[in-house]
Design a protein around this ligand. Sequence first.
Ligand code: PMP
Length: 396
Amino acid sequence: MFAHLPPYAGDPILSLMESYQRDARADKVNLGIGVYADGAGVIPVLPSVRAVEVEDHFNSAPCTYLPMEGHTGYRQAVAQLLFGPELPDQNHLAIIQTLGGSGALKVGADLIARFFPQPQIWVPDPTWDNHIGIFEGAGFGVQRYPYYDADKKGLAFDALLSKLESLEAGSVVLLHPCCHNPTGIDPDRGQWTQIIEVLERRALLPFFDLAYQGFAASLEQDVWPVRECVRRGIAFFLSNSFSKIFSLYGERVGALSVFCPQDGQANNVLGQLKLTVRRNYSSPPLHGALIVARVLSDAHLRQQWEGEVNQMRERVHGMRERLHAGLAKVLPEYNFGFLLRQNGMFGYTGLSAAQVERLREQHGVYAVSSGRICVAGLNPGNVDKVCLAMAEVIRG
Ligand code: PMP
């Protein structure tokens, strides 16, 4: 019956995680998967989340079905967080709760594929691998636009802009509003303004994917490109994830927002999103959404959580500086200044796949073959070892 099914080679990042777990070396270091660990190397339960989980009424509530679009209080609180003072009214915004950021991408992709025949999406080169998988899986042709300039170790801005200029009206363009995965390189405000001007002039459809709000500069500043599109009346899709910024990976909490600048469209868009959900998994899970809704809506918990996001961002930034200083010390002939210009959880080291393999084999330091390391996996107890190991493989 199933003889024609080919084997699955496995997801490169998740397979790396499995090899890490099998590795018996006591001083192994996991810089592969994009998960935030604290200074002790532990994935935290945020105190704001714990505070909600011990509330009595929280634990005794019945576990009913949520509606297709998710929990109402959650959707309102998330919309506030994303759009702030630019929050569109409900005639111009369709927002649903989703299974993490991946679920939002999938529902958005399915919706576009249903109503825009032969859809094409342009994604940055490089991008998070699963962008390609999810959009191809939904029937899209996936194309790349220039993003990373390996010589400059920075943004290939001119090439990016001229590629966008050349796209046909209605083309979907995937954009990371902050903390680009995998490079950590984000356009600055002026570059974003130019990008948005092209999106507007060429009538392109942005699909923003926001997995790290608050991990670059702040919860507010990191969504500037999204809010700028609201101010200009540009229609867009926005997927967002609470996996990292609430440390709720396994709860699968995210949302999909569609901004509909023209009157009278948001209701139909919301209806079609609900139908897409119904046909996929019927309704989203409850527990994680209740936690996030409660934290975002309670003034005290909200303030506490914002402090926790700031702490996570600052810890990663501090480790980035330690990594940079450590590398500068052991390899004074190299310039690692580019690491300090990268945002968020990732460092794009410029290491080759062969060097990454040696890091893993000889030193037990796990990174992605593209040379991406998860800076959030560094801590005072492992950073010196990582610097020495990187120096060793760079010297060859
Ligand atoms: N988008 C990007 C850019 C990501 O890095 C990730 C997580 N690695 C996701 C989406 C998926 O988020 P989630 O785990 O919430 O599905």
